[in-house]
Design a binder for this molecule. Structure first.
Ligand SMILES: O=C(O)CCC(=O)C(=O)O
Length: 283
């Protein structure tokens, strides 16, 4: 019995690689999280992403630093939908805050998340939660239906200062832009996309920043293929596999223990990234 998606939505996710739009929380809660996010993650170490430079670290895995973010990634409606597609034992492998400033040039080229994570098998799903309106004007995520069935396609680094992926990773595959589906989301809504689904986004031409969080959930059975032992957060069910060291939830906002956990987790991730060419300088 599915928890949030119906059978048709699950069948569509399997066939087309995505599900959208889904309601996570009411708009008022999304606005509280947006304000928390601006307060805690607003001071970027760099204002605009540049190919070849990593994301500001407090915009990566913020759920290890901030109790509000730890609550966000455990939103029951999101976990229910994730459980419907990957099963009941769920870990968070990664999370990125996607912040596109108002009227800015930043874009995300066509890519597959699975290229960079070094996870096997390809069962990871990204939940993308909108904290501001995400539409065609503000540069919402667009997905190519059915593209996950192509399997892993080659990617190449295409340097462009406006490319929001850290080294400009771009799928070297034919993409018919006319077939792209914009995943339109109101604040508090989320989409799911499969780790092999080709997706991209265009610049934000609206007068408001477009802010969303991409949360990478994996079943506990998925493992990382590199030699570095990584950490992950158990958010539902039981970890019977032990492929990752389990991360603690932050007790207080960016306290010493939370900062140490966050630094350790990201350091291990970056060490692993250096060892897997496709993961180097991941987004
Ligand atoms: O937020 C965007 O524009 C891109 C998001 C993305 O690539 C992802 O969540 O995997």
């Amino acid at each position: 019995m599915p928890k949030l998606l119906d059978d048709a939505a699950i069948a569509r996710y399997r066939a087309e690689g995505y599900a959208t739009p889904l309601r996570a929380v009411e708009a008022a809660q999304a606005e509280r999280w947006r304000a928390d996010l601006v307060r805690c993650c607003g001071q970027a170490e760099r204002a605009v992403s540049e190919a070849g430079i990593r994301q500001p670290s407090n915009r990566i895995k913020p759920y290890l630093l901030f109790p509000w973010a730890a609550e966000l990634v455990r939103t029951s409606a999101i976990l229910d939908a994730v459980e419907d597609v990957i099963g009941p034992d769920i870990l968070i492998f990664h999370t990125t805050i996607w912040w596109k400033a108002a009227n800015s040039a930043g874009f995300v080229p066509w890519h597959q998340d699975g290229t960079y994570f070094g996870l096997a098998p390809f069962e990871h799903v990204t939940a993308w939660l909108a904290l501001t309106p995400s539409n065609e004007e503000s540069g919402c995520v667009r997905v190519l239906p059915g593209s996950q069935a192509r399997g892993q396609v080659p990617h190449a680094d295409e340097k462009n200062p406006a490319n929001m992926l850290s080294r400009g990773q771009t799928a070297q595959a034919a993409v018919d832009d006319a077939k792209a589906v914009p995943m339109l989301l109101a604040p508090g809504e989320f989409s799911l996309h499969h780790t092999l689904a080709l997706h991209s986004s265009t610049p934000n031409r609206s007068a408001e920043d477009r802010i969303g969080i991409g949360i990478s959930y994996i079943p506990a059975s998925v493992r990382h293929v590199g030699p570095t032992r990584l950490s992950a957060t158990l958010v539902r069910g039981v970890d019977r596999c032990g492929h990752f060291d389990l991360e603690p939830r932050p007790a207080a906002e960016a306290d010493a223990a939370a900062r140490a956990t966050h630094a350790d987790s990201i350091n291990r991730f970056w060490v692993a990234s250096e060892g897997i060419p496709e993961m180097k300088l991941v987004h």
